[in-house]
Write a protein that binds this ligand. Sequence first.
Ligand SMILES: [Zn+2]
Length: 330
Amino acid sequence: MNNQLYPWQHEQWNSFVRMVGSNSLPHAILLSGPDGVGKHHFARNLVATILCLQPNENGTACGQCKHCLLMEANTYPDFVHVMPEEDKNTISIDEIRELITKLHLTRHFDAKKVALIEYADNMNTNAANALLKTLEEPPEETIIILVTSAPLRLPATIRSRCQFVPFYSPTQAQALDWLNSISNDVEWEPLLRVAQGAPLQAMQYHETELLDQRISVIQGFLELFETNSDPIEIAARIEAIPFLQCFQWIQAVIVDLLRIKGAENPITLENPDFYRPLLALAPRMQVPLLLEFWELVLERKRIFDNSLNRRLFAESFLIRSHKLAIKHSV
Ligand SMILES: [Zn+2]
């Protein structure tokens, strides 16, 4: 595993290293923050450090001791790793039960037992309830680390039993420094802005089709404001795109429209590439309508569950949005 830390995480890292050193880590930790700021990478490094027999001076795992080698080979017996499969996007009760069973087994080594649950908000209700009991009465010498970019999708009971550790995007200067150190012939600034300041997201935009997906979601959303647009057809275009990501993009559009309405001078937008269409649309939108849209998106984000029928979910959201747009537009 790459144990290089991102430069914007050093401070947070040092405080965790101190806790590992003094054996004062909380038994349940929830790492939470926007996509693309490196919290998964941080969590995996933290696990490696907790288990390593002789960490480096900066606290990262040595990569050479017996524990590190077993971790590298994915065979460390006192570590349980749960994350949704790519095509499934849910964490089932069976997976959580297996995790709990493993945590209750006798330790093989004289180190902590560690469970890492990535994208933890994908636990279904039964899985979350099963985990809750273990969070309330954790086995001895056990650390459970959850990672999420959507903490509100986790039950409040789970959140309240974990030490909440927020992650933020770095400053723009820090992010650009880092991105330029990766490649200095890319124009990173617009990508970073579209990624809402998250450097790894900006990099993903550069490397994948995410940018195209974003464009089709925003275009689809803007089309809803045309009386003759067809929400069903728009839903078909975007149903394959991860919904939570779609909602994040739509929220950025709403923020931009509010900014344009409130501004007297030209302003910086979250979606600089949509400057003209947003500027044209803003006068037709009333602030209460934008707030209603915001509420609708929040509500959809809350109730979204990966087991739902994607097409139906997309259609119902877009039909409601279309009705809202047409009802209020002036
Ligand atoms: Zn080691």
